[in-house]
Ligand binder design. Structure first.
Ligand SMILES: Nc1ncnc2c1ncn2[C@@H]1O[C@H](COP(=O)(O)OP(=O)(O)OP(=O)(O)O)[C@@H](O)[C@H]1O
Length: 267
């Protein structure tokens, strides 16, 4: 379980970007974080894995306070936080398997990593996860030979190799075409349930948030102004979050796409 209490982040002397956020996410839940550009979505995710230092507040993962951790304790805690990125963050010249095994870097010794002598259990886990997401046949391909959707599956498997207790996804579908985006959202949804993993997804596409997550958190100027079920995310909520700032283009569609129209083959 992830418990965020009164989280504040101020960059330098500027106005706070996060103004006292409270959010609790249980295992299995897929939560979409929506909000206009600059609302603080990425800052919030980055505070959780401490890529950004929170100014104050508390972030607990399964009871362990993350905010005060330093050095080795912070590195150990970070292993439990998987991250999936918009731009995939793969090493292009390495194979899919090598990229996936990079998810174990927090666990193996420097010697094992440099000599690529990962324990057999890591290799087995890598294959089984790659099979699960449909990329096992690409194990020896260079990462830059894959399509965007395949590359994001590599990114997801690499994050899962960490045996995370929470998965954070920062705009994981923003670089993908609509159909591939939907497949990745379905994959994240299924994995959350299979692995009892809380998943937080920063997403601009409100239609996808409504279709593929079970809870939407809306930020505006660093404050949470909506927290509820997708069915309650109505025009008033949209106006409150985006009113006067921007109209997310996907909301032009009157009817959000439903899961029925999407292939579940690879989910
Ligand atoms: N390293 C930084 N130093 C100073 N200000 C920053 C830094 N990172 C982000 N900000 C500011 O914090 C605010 C929130 O940014 P953040 O990236 O968290 O928003 P966001 O909701 O994720 O936006 P987007 O959807 O465009 O990614 C913005 O005003 C941004 O300029």
């Amino acid at each position: 379980m992830l418990e965020i209490s009164n989280l504040v982040k101020r960059y330098g002397h500027d106005e706070a970007v996060l103004k006292g956020l409270d959010l609790t996410v249980e295992g299995n839940s897929v939560v979409a974080i929506v909000g206009a550009s600059g609302a603080g979505k990425s800052t919030m995710l980055r505070c959780i894995n401490r890529l950004v230092e929170p100014t104050s507040g508390s972030i607990k993962l399964n009871g362990n306070e993350l905010v005060k951790l330093r050095g080795a304790a912070l590195r150990r805690a970070r292993r439990k936080i998987g991250m999936v990125f918009q731009g995939f963050n793969l090493i292009d010249r390495l194979t899919v398997m090598e990229n996936v095994l990079a998810g174990r870097l927090g666990y193996v010794s420097l010697y094992q990593a440099i000599s690529r002598r990962y324990p057999p259990a890591d290799i087995e886990r890598a294959f089984s996860l790659m099979e699960r997401v449909g990329i096992a046949h690409y194990a020896n391909k260079r990462a830059d030979e894959l399509s965007g959707g395949e590359r994001q599956r590599v990114g997801v498997v690499r994050a899962l190799m960490q045996e995370p207790e929470v998965l954070l996804a920062d705009e994981p579908t923003a670089s993908l075409d609509p159909r591939t985006s939907e497949q990745i959202m379905i994959l994240l949804q299924s994995l959350a349930s299979e692995l009892s993993l809380p998943v937080l997804i920063n997403i601009h596409n409100v239609s996808q948030a409504k279709t593929y997550t079970e809870r939407i958190v809306g930020l505006r100027h660093g404050k949470m102004i909506f927290d509820g079920a997708p069915s309650d995310f109505n025009q008033d909520a949209l106006d409150a979050i985006y009113g006067g700032i921007e109209a997310p283009e996907e909301e032009v569609a009157e009817v959000p796409p439903t899961a029925e129209g999407v292939s579940h083959d690879q989910a």
